[in-house]
Ligand binder design. Structure first.
Ligand SMILES: Nc1nc2c(ncn2[C@@H]2O[C@H](COP(=O)(O)OP(=O)(O)OP(=O)(O)O)[C@@H](O)[C@H]2O)c(=O)[nH]1
Ligand SMILES: O=C([O-])CC(=O)C(=O)O
Ligand SMILES: [Mn+2]
Length: 634
């Protein structure tokens, strides 16, 4: 084994606290176990990216797209078995089973370590081991965290370049004692001497294992984003959620946007929707509401901390988007289309005859011929999708034309509204405002959604996905609810975010969406953001509707009215601006219809769900559920 290219600027003897040794000793110990042929220390440079990209093109992992059509862009086709997150092979290895909770696969840490060591021993034979130092959030920022990912996949290294901040500065900080999360990834496909590699090596034996107490991650067998880019779900959600719980902050599966009203007031919104339920789309919202603008801050993960002013401040810890391709088109998400116009890696989309990409929903009419995501000839009507339903694009956030000038503000942006949503064909109204923080936490805890292609499973089945964190909470979900109650209590009660629930996916009896969605969601966003003015208007202004003169004041404009229902406050008649929308007859009423019988069944199911957590369910949530039942019976 040869060790090449250790970053030359790294001092090897400057620290005396053992930290440096710890990081280096860890890298050597991993190398001893995985037995790579070579070790490469990565620096995140453009040079490094170019070198690894050329290597992958030579190996057939990446197909270059026509630079005249899609400059700097590539197509990767994964192994057909390695296309999504593997929740059944994702483990939380806390000492106590109860700390992982009933919604996680739990394994005893020492036992998992033994088992894993057996599986990964020699896994990097014939391969290069890359050491990737990265930061989640701006390097050195007060909400940011550091990590080091070891991987044998150049696809992972290049993707980490896009999705995180890879730099030597991170190693320097680690060498000076900064804490970091050690993360090991291997595709689990060692090469015997002389054995030819395949374009997408992976293994049927998969483990995505997290050790929350020691903040370690081990992933083997998959090259797919959510399983292999360990800064993302594994660190920024599963491990970070446990860090946040210990330290009083939140790591959430949320997009973050800034919306500016025609009066010039900035609002910040964080929204949690389950995987493939519209976060990227809302993050890149092109408002149809006149005078409103939306800037993108993040599309998948938010880290939120109470600030010194008692407000909740959020950063996007990522540096790129790993977005769902199918359904993304000029009519639904033009901003995403502009973002991926160049320097993008596409995974499992179709290839056009002229060297560009295509997926279902990109255009109304498919091209006459394509090479599909599995490399086979494809023609319209052949009965197979051209792109895998979970095909993705990997692209730098900085390329997004609507990226906020403050998207990298290290101290984050102050959140005004928190929104929970899911795919619900029935019951859940288009928008509802929580009666209180506690009621909002119940809304988050009861998110249910129809299963999408982002993970293994039967697409369309309704499943509980509390806080859109079911696959991502690194500890007991019921403790997560308590943590939300605690964080809420630690905020200034007058300035903390208001909580809402939304549902873009309600259908009529013929199975058609009742709401046009996408850009038109700005109508809902305007209603709920203006509602938050109730909370932040200047002292003494009261909560009454301001008179016409007040409308131009930057803190407000008229607060739209709401009417209470059993499940929350919904827009009063005429309060949601639907000017110019061609809604079907009765659609608006149906979008807000609350059926007490159906909601009593929802409450029963929630009760059943709560039972699986035993006495860890916060008393406040049981009270909120009882209050909901009470309102339903009135
Ligand atoms: N009907 C409807 N579909 C939507 C809307 N917003 C998003 N979608 C569809 O939802 C799918 C996935 O949306 P994304 O925004 O990529 O999902 P995400 O929440 O970012 O997903 P992850 O990256 O998996 O966490 C796409 O097929 C979209 O077309 C909407 O307002 N209405
Ligand atoms: O993690 C992934 O692979 C993509 C993603 O955002 C999700 O599944 O929620
Ligand atoms: Mn996600």
């Amino acid at each position: 084994m040869s060790i090449t290219a250790p970053a030359p600027t790294l001092p090897t003897t400057t620290t005396c606290d053992g930290r440096q040794l710890a990081a280096r000793a860890w890298v050597s110990a991993v190398a001893d176990l995985l037995e790579p042929d070579e070790i490469v220390w990565c620096d995140g440079s453009a040079d490094e990216r170019a070198r690894l990209t050329a290597l992958m093109v030579a190996q057939g992992t990446l197909v270059p797209l026509d630079p005249a059509k899609r400059p700097g862009s590539y197509l990767a086709r994964s192994d057909p078995s390695d296309v999504a997150r593997v929740e059944s092979r994702t483990f939380i290895c806390s000492r106590e089973r109860a700390d992982a909770g009933p919604t996680n696969n739990w394994r005893e840490p020492a036992e998992m370590r033994r088992e894993l060591h057996g599986v990964v021993a020699g896994a990097m034979r014939g391969r290069t081991m890359y050491v990737v130092p990265f930061s989640m959030g701006p390097v050195g920022g007060p909400i940011s965290q550091l990590g080091i990912e070891i991987t044998d996949s150049p696809y992972v290294v290049v993707s980490m370049h896009v999705m995180t901040r890879v730099s030597r500065e991170v190693l320097r900080l680690v060498d000076h004692g900064a804490p970091y999360v050690p993360a090991v990834h291997t595709v689990g496909a060692p090469l015997a001497p002389g054995q030819a590699d395949v374009p997408w090596p992976c293994s049927p034996t998969k483990y995505i294992a997290h050790f929350p107490e020691t903040r370690e991650i081990w992933s083997t067998g998959s090259g797919y984003g959510g399983n292999a880019l360990l800064g993302k779900k594994c660190f920024a959600l599963r491990i970070a959620s446990t860090m946040g719980r210990a330290e009083g902050w939140l790591a959430e599966h949320m997009l973050v946007i800034r919306a500016t009203s025609p009066q010039g007031r900035d609002y910040h919104l964080a929204a949690a929707f389950p995987s493939a339920c519209g976060k990227t789309n809302l993050a890149m919202l092109e408002p149809t509401m006149p005078g409103w603008t939306v800037e993108t801050i993040g599309d998948d993960i938010a880290w939120m901390r109470p600030g010194p002013d008692g407000r909740l401040r959020a950063i996007n810890p990522e540096a790129g988007f790993f977005g769902v391709a199918p359904g993304t088109g000029w009519s639904t998400n033009p901003t995403a289309m502009r973002t991926v116009a160049r320097d993008t890696i596409f995974t499992n989309v179709a290839l056009t005859d002229d060297g560009d990409v295509w997926w279902e929903g990109m255009t109304d009419e498919p091209p006459a011929h394509l090479v599909d995501w599995q490399g086979q000839d494809w023609t319209p009507g052949c009965g197979r999708p051209a792109a895998h339903p979970n095909a993705r694009f990997t692209v730098a956030a900085a390329q997004c034309p609507t990226i906020s000038p403050d998207w990298e503000a290290p101290e984050g942006v102050p959140i005004d509204a928190i929104v929970f949503g899911g795919r619900r064909a029935s019951n859940v109204p288009l928008v509802a405002e929580a009666f209180s923080w506690e009621h909002g936490v119940l809304m988050g805890a009861t998110v249910s959604s129809e299963q999408t292609a982002a993970a293994e499973g039967t697409v369309g089945e309704l499943r509980r996905d509390p806080f859109a964190m079911l696959p991502f909470c690194g500890y007991n979900m019921a403790d997560h609810w308590q943590h939300w109650l605690d964080v809420g209590a630690s905020l200034d009660a007058e300035r903390r975010p208001m909580i809402f629930q939304v549902n873009w996916f309600r259908k009529d009896s013929d199975g058609r969406f009742l709401w046009p969605g996408f850009g038109e969601n700005s109508r809902v966003v305007e209603w709920l953001l203006r509602r938050t003015d109730l909370r932040t208007r200047p002292e003494g202004a009261g909560t009454e509707r301001p008179d016409a003169e007040d409308d131009a004041r930057p803190w407000g404009g008229p607060v739209p009215e709401a009417r209470p229902t059993a499940v929350g406050r919904v827009p009063a008649d005429g309060a949601l601006d639907v000017t110019g929308l061609a809604l079907a007859e009765g659609a608006l009423a149906e979008l807000f219809r609350v059926d007490p019988a159906a909601w009593r069944r929802e409450a029963d199911l929630t009760e059943e769900f709560f039972t699986t957590f035993g006495d860890r369910v916060p008393a406040a949530l049981r009270r909120e559920l009882a209050a909901l039942r009470d309102r339903l019976s009135r």
